[in-house]
Design a protein around this ligand. Sequence first.
Ligand SMILES: [Mn+2]
Length: 351
Amino acid sequence: MRLGLGFYRQQLTPENLRFARQAGASSIVAHLVDYAATLNPAMRRSDVGMGVTHRGGRLWTVDELAEVKALAEDAGLELAAVENFDPAHWHDVLLDGPRRDDQIADLAETIRRVGAVGIPCIGYCFTLAGVSALKRGPYARGEAETYFFDADPELTEQPIPRGQVWNMTYDLEAEGELGEVTVEQMWDRLERFLADLVPVAEEAGVTLAAHPDDPPVRRLRGTGRLLCSTDDLARLLTTVDSPRNALELCQGTIAEMAGSDPYEAIDRFSAAGRVAYVHLRNVRGTVPAYTERFLDEGDVDVLRSLRILRDNGFDGVLIPDHTPHMSCAAPWHAGMAFALGYMTAALRALG
Ligand SMILES: [Mn+2]
């Protein structure tokens, strides 16, 4: 098993990559979606979600992908995966909109380019509401700022504006609301997505890695959610039975699922060889109320889950997921350094 660190696009700087090496990582996962970096503060609006994407009509180029890979390699790091398709590139795949077939062709081209550059994996979340309805407060150890979920109807019932998927805006001009989308409609869309793209991924040598819905609630902001239980994850894997159809196994999200057994889930999916890479995070509680915690203070015994991965021969990358911020001049970096230090020691302890 190898340690990695996930970076948002605006964090991909030589200094941050050196930080990753210093903290014990040998790999990185790069988000190529701009998120809040693209959001002009002067026009910050509550209804744009995490940010605005301006990548409509411009796929990631081979040069751009190669540049990110070279940046990582110059710092002595492997680029293990890119995470998340840009909402501008696949909104109508998620919405079953008029440009669905064109955007499937664009995703196929993106997968081929990622493969051509030698990046082995793309992580994605097949969701309309994305990560939303979370709140932030001082609820991890020592009053560390962290995300929590309490199923507040003001957030969970907030309609999704048109022009937005995955909690990001791709069309600022769109008016009105998305309305209701059922779980069955979403499964149909996901099944067609996998049927169309897993063969492309196989040919390109790229693994498609699905992240569970976070928070794992069946309906959020009027839209059905697919991957809210370990059975849902198993269903995704059997939909197209290929090693290129795999999981971005988020231990945190699995622990948030009511009634889930995270150890059984990690065992089942890693024994089947269907874990592309792992998001390591701890939580206390499950839906409808949980808080994200430091790796050593949540409900999951992280050493036990790592032992299961090791015993099943998992040799992929582990990255810390989001982590509580620590009180200092660099709250994100300190949280990540703590997580990577903990993971380094845990892997050493496993022997
Ligand atoms: Mn995650």
